[in-house]
Design a protein around this ligand. Structure first.
Ligand code: C2E
Ligand code: MG
Ligand code: MG
Length: 689
């Protein structure tokens, strides 16, 4: 009752209103800043505790000071300046200690303890301020009210800080602020109720009221500025935090290079779609670029990045951005196609294929990468996300391994074929280490004399379960699975090592895949092998096919020149099966042309084949390049080629591919006999001259 009397009869209510505003605003800001103390660590925590202490101290002190100025004891009043200043210092220092204690994580009740300390701080500040309040009268204190004031301040302070981490978000965050406000208000007015004055010189209404009004407004302005600073800091930090959280979220869900959604967001989006009402209108297209590695290797990573960004942009805008495209990694993209109509799906996939094949400009250069696309449709090709994506992937893998097919729709048969090929690729990966690979050698001779000119190294793989597998099958597999480089290195090294041990210094011819030729380190690799094995470069011949050269003429020519500069010769393999362009012969510095077996086969039966062979031989002669005919199986073919002045020959008639022992047995010249063509030991029976 005395508290209410004190509030309504002994205070100027305008001052009380101003103090209340300061108190509510101050407590709200203080609680927000305190939340930052709880959230942060290390120096940031100290910084926030300092700021919270300044704001809390200022709010408590100005509230108290303005309310006290509004107190009308009915007699003249003066203020002790040192004690008044001390009360402000107590408010700030005590708050700082309270926030630091409240922020200790290891102690469970630290917030409550800090809150209690804040309550004690408010009490200490209040009574120090009251001692600074000098009145012209007899002052008496009521101990009961003093104790009640302390208990209320400590209790509400502890409750406010205890509630802060638990009550946040929306209007809930006002609960701790209002609890603190209640504590401050109750302390002030209960504390004031404990303070009783008996004027000595009689009652003097309005004593010092004008000066006090000015002072109250000045204190309120100063307090508001301090609180404003705290609030501004809080909001600047909040905005920065939200911005960086937004950036982090974006980073977590997007690919940093292209800005497309990444695997995580692709899966999330697909899950959501498959769980929704339009799940039936969903297909997944897995895309893998065909020439990306080549572009990266020959033009550099900046060009590769440019190609990825350009294609990502096309995929993003594809079909008016109706679908959801993502980059899953490397040159792998996936797109959720939102259609349930089969005809439309076919059309969309065709458009995707075109989009991937359009030229991409890079500076003055222009390239196309093309892509292999695998499509799986929900629900028939997969009832859940994992199966659907895996089957789209399998279909893509199938499309990739078939040079004539760029798009493949999943079906169960494909799944089986692809699984088998994957298994085989896996086995091939271990074949080198497990000694399953070997080199066989096939003799190459001068057609007229039978003089041995060299041997072609041909790779053999004996699979532990499947037996001998043809290089025509496993070389493309190695190319598609990134195994051709280690495999090619093994072949080159082994062939050179073997050749060094031969009794005669014949040449050894090694086949190189198109992918090896795109590798700019190839000349250095050959050089290194020459040094390590001790084979003279003049004894090594590299066999390349025309398709390997055509892909990137400039790069191929550059690499070929470097290889030739080492003293190694180069043969054009399978001539007549690829583009067979005269341009290839003119542009690239070949040392030999190997005429494909298909011409030799048809020499007798097809007049046009004979005409082509004649033309090639004449052209080669004019360019001074010797020609070797591949696949000679009959004496008739040999005689015909001899009559057409073909320089060299290779084929079952002259000798079948056989293990290294064949080289020592054949010597320097072979006598042609039909027996040579008999498999498989026939080659070993070819007689020495
Ligand atoms: P290629 O380089 O044109 O090798 C000649 C192929 O023709 C060999 O087949 C050989 O066994 C076969 N051949 C030779 N004479 C005759 C004949 O009179 N009649 C018949 N029917 N065939 C004959 P192979 O060993 O199966 O190799 C096939 C292809 O695999 C090779 O064609 C070559 O392109 C590739 N290859 C083989 N070894 C390697 C290698 O180490 N690296 C690379 N990159 N490719 C290789
Ligand atoms: Mg060859
Ligand atoms: Mg060949």
């Amino acid at each position: 009752m005395r508290v209410f009397t004190c509030l309504f009869t002994e205070h100027n209510l305008w001052f009380v209103l101003l103090a209340a505003i300061m108190c509510v605003v101050g407590a709200t800001i203080t609680i927000r800043l305190y939340r930052q103390v709880v959230r942060t660590e290390g120096m940031s925590r100290l910084g926030w505790a300092f700021l919270a202490a300044i704001c809390a101290g200022s709010a408590i002190w100005t509230t108290h000071f303005i309310a006290m100025l509004g107190y009308q004891p009915g007699t003249a009043v003066t203020l002790d300046s040192w004690l008044t200043i001390s009360s402000g210092v107590i408010a700030i220092a005590g708050s700082a200690i309270a926030f630091l204690v409240a922020g200790i994580r290891r102690v469970k009740f630290a917030p409550m303890l800090g809150g209690a300390l804040l309550g004690l701080t408010i009490t200490a500040m209040h009574f120090t301020g009251m001692f600074a309040y000098r009145v012209d009268g007899i002052v008496t204190w009521d101990m009961g009210y003093i104790i009640a004031a302390i208990v209320l301040a400590v209790g509400f302070g502890a409750a406010a800080m205890h509630l802060t981490p638990r009550w946040h978000g929306g209007w809930c965050c006002m609960v701790p602020s209002l609890t603190l406000v209640t504590g401050i208000v109750l302390l002030h007015f209960t504390g004031m109720a404990a303070f009783m004055v008996e004027p000595i010189n009689g009652y003097q209404p309005g004593a010092s009221s004008e000066a006090f009004s000015v002072m109250a407004v000045a204190v309120a302005i100063a307090g508001a500025l301090i609180l404003g600073t705290g609030l501004a800091t809080f909001y600047i930090e909040k905005r920065m935090r939200e911005t960086s959280e937004e950036q982090l979220r974006h980073m977590a869900l997007h690919d940093p290079l292209t800005g497309l959604p990444n695997r995580t967001s692709f899966y999330a989006r697909l899950d959501a779609r498959l769980a929704g009402q339009v799940a039936g209108q969903t297909a997944v297209a897995a895309i893998d670029l065909n020439r990306f590695k080549e572009i990266n290797d020959s033009w550099g990573h900046a060009a590769g990045d440019h190609v990825l960004c350009e294609l990502a942009e096309r995929l993003r805008k594809f079909d008016g951005a109706r679908h959801f495209a993502a980059r899953l990694g490397g040159d792998e993209f996936c797109i959720i196609l939102k259609t349930g109509d089969e005809a439309e799906l076919q059309q969309l996939v065709q458009q995707l294929e075109t989009l991937l094949s359009l030229p991409i400009a890079y500076g003055a250069l222009e390239t196309t990468t093309g892509g292999s696309i695998g499509v799986a449709v929900f629900p028939q090709d997969g009832k859940d996300r994992e199966t659907l994506v895996r089957n789209a992937d399998l279909a893509m893998y199938r499309a990739k391994s078939d040079p004539l097919q760029k798009v493949c729709f999943y079906n169960a048969e494909i799944g089986e074929i692809v699984r088998e090929r994957r298994q085989l690729a896996n086995d091939l990966r271990h074949a080198i280490d497990n000694d399953e690979l070997a080199l066989h050698y096939q003799v190459q001779t001068a057609i007229g004399t039978g003089e041995v000119r060299g041997y072609e190294a041909l790779l053999r793989w004996t699979h532990p379960k499947l037996g001998a597998i043809s290089p025509a099958d496993f070389i493309p597999l190695a190319e598609a699975n990134g195994l051709i480089l280690p495999l090619g290195d093994w072949v080159l090294r082994k062939a050179c090592e073997d050749a060094v041990s031969w009794p005669h210094p014949h040449k050894v011819a090694v086949n190189l895949s198109a992918i090896q030729l795109t590798h700019s380190g190839l000349p250095q690799q050959i050089h290194q092998v020459m040094i390590e094995t001790g084979l003279p470069p003049a004894r090594l011949e590299i066999e390349l096919t025309e398709t390997a050269l055509i892909k990137d003429k400039v790069q191929s020519l550059h690499i070929m020149r470097q290889i030739k500069a080492l003293g190694v010769s180069i043969a054009l393999d399978d001539f007549g099966t690829g583009y067979s362009s005269l341009d290839t012969l003119r542009t690239f510095p070949f040392d030999k042309i190997k005429l494909d077996k298909s011409f030799t086969d048809e020499l007798k039966t097809d007049a046009r084949s004979l005409a082509v062979v004649r033309a090639v031989l004449a052209l080669a002669k004019s360019l001074s390049i010797p020609v070797l005919a591949e696949g000679i199986e009959t004496e008739e073919q040999l005689a015909l080629l001899h009559s057409e002045s073909c320089d060299e020959g290779q084929g079952f008639l002259l000798g079948r591919p056989a293990p290294i022992g064949i080289v020592a047995r054949l010597g320097t010249r072979i006598l042609i006999s039909g027996e040579n063509a008999r498999p498989p030991l026939a080659a070993t029976t070819a007689r020495r001259a």
